[in-house]
Design a protein around this ligand. Sequence first.
Ligand code: MN
Length: 308
Amino acid sequence: MTNIVLQLTEADIARVVQRYQSDQVHRQAPGVIFAAKLPDTAITVYKSGKVMFQGIGASREVAHFQAENIAIKKSSTAKGDTLPEQFAALSVLGSDETGTGDYFGPMTVAAVYIPADQIELVQELGVKDSKQLTDDYMRQIAPSLKKACVHSTLILRNEKYNQLQAKGYSQGKMKAMMHNQALKHVLRKIAPEKPDYILIDQFAERGIYYNYLKNEKEIIRENVLFSTKAENLHVAVATASILARYAFLKEMDQLSEQIGLAVPKGASAKVDQIAAQILTKFGEETLKAMTKWHFANTEKAKKKCKKY
Ligand code: MN
């Protein structure tokens, strides 16, 4: 289903209301000042000036207003789906990933189910605003979160990552496959219970996400919502983000221990430096097994290393 949210001026909202007057429906929801329903599109106007078009006819309806030259400014805050009212208080299965921009270390994805009656507990265990979460803090709280919550954490080590990458898999496709897999695991664990919604921290538009999954046997689609910054919208995603990060950090610890050198996060010049040291000391196979080999860091490290 397509969801398009526009931020409109008062004058333009009047035109929206006028256009859909004859299709008006009554919707008693906070903040809603007008709602209409066409056979294939629902239109909701909010007091805030946001207008939401939902359904397979959404693009067509929006195109109509664009043709009329309405000063449409796509809402910048709500990238992704508009969530139901009181979303933060619902039972949600959330997923998030980490390690995608790091040269060293795996890509990790976690999916976590937090039913409504567990939200307070999770907050009690230390899940809070993502800006306040340092790696050290996440290391502290992750073990008790893992015990308290139904979750699935997947780790894609770089040996496998590099194989998939060489086969032509994009990072987006790998991510989508991991999210789908982790969600599937958790749904299986909690069955027959079902979450009210599934929320994926958005890394790709819905259509692109499902296109990545088109060859999968089992694709999770029911009640799936996407949003950027989803960790601030429900504790399930916030917890997923912590567990994914924790798995990544533990893997980084292991790599560091394995080569007797602290492997750095990210993909900066510091990373090139350490990569060059590993090349010199252990050779290419060792470095390749612990890095996302197609990153530009590989060539930079080779240039720094006298052997190449
Ligand atoms: Mn994310």
